[in-house]
Design a protein around this ligand. Structure first.
Ligand code: MN
Length: 229
């Protein structure tokens, strides 16, 4: 049997709440503009256009509670508090019912974004990749099995910077619900166990400075905190 020329990378993983097991991460997908109020604040019409997706590398994940070094090549690092759905099954061309059965659980996420770099990419019609997929950019907390939480289709989602509330939305304000997001994404790519989907952020995104503590709360999932250093 042929050997690798160096050790293959370790599979990134998230802790599972209340269990001594890990959720292995395969891919991280993200939904753009899935709350009307956030679409508006970014200067877009929140009509119910089909959802669009981008992605982050699996190893861009950063465990909640871990300090996050301020990333290079930006002077406008933004937080985006989001619900993350973790898939325990997958497939192609999933309908809404099939999509629902793929959900392993949920986590709280923070889709960290180099907003200035993203704005340049948008204006020059370049890819967003490095504005969204930099090291540590996917802050995600423990995965809570859906068996414990039940389906999360409503409930408060809030962000706080240094204890001051900055985002206050409800999961029921998503333009595309979690099952619709999974179904739509499965029309484009085959989904597999281990895939994570960051489902979009409500209004109130903003900049973080070194020393700030950003907290994200979702009803039923608790709270995650990250210090920017
Ligand atoms: Mn986002």
């Amino acid at each position: 049997m042929q050997r690798y020329v160096f050790d293959p990378p370790v599979t990134p993983a998230l802790p599972i709440a209340g269990q001594d097991t890990l959720f292995p991460i395969r891919r991280i997908y993200c939904v753009g503009r899935n709350f009307a109020d956030h679409a508006r604040e970014m200067g877009h019409d929140p009509d119910r256009e089909p959802p669009f997706f981008f992605s982050k590398p699996a190893d861009a994940v950063s465990a909640a509670g871990q300090d996050m070094p301020y990333p290079p090549q930006t002077e406008d690092l933004h937080y985006e508090g989001e619900l993350v759905v973790a898939l325990g099954a997958g497939g192609r061309d999933l309908n809404i019912d099939e999509a629902q059965t793929c959900i392993f659980g949920y986590a709280i996420g923070n889709d960290l974004t180099r907003r200035d770099m993203q704005s340049v990419a948008k204006s020059l019609k370049r890819p967003w990749d490095l504005s969204k997929g930099f090291d540590g950019s996917a802050v995600i907390g423990p995965v809570h099995p859906v068996a414990d939480t039940g389906p999360l289709n409503s409930g408060a989602i809030k962000s706080f910077v240094n204890g001051v509330e900055r985002q206050n939305g409800d999961l029921n304000m998503m333009i595309w619900g979690v099952d619709e997001v999974i179904s739509a994404l499965s029309q484009s790519v085959e989904l597999r166990p281990g895939d994570l989907i960051m489902t979009g952020t409500p209004a109130g995104v903003g900049a973080l400075e070194r020393g700030d503590v950003i907290a994200v709360e979702i009803a039923g999932l608790g709270r995650i905190e990250t210090k920017i250093i």
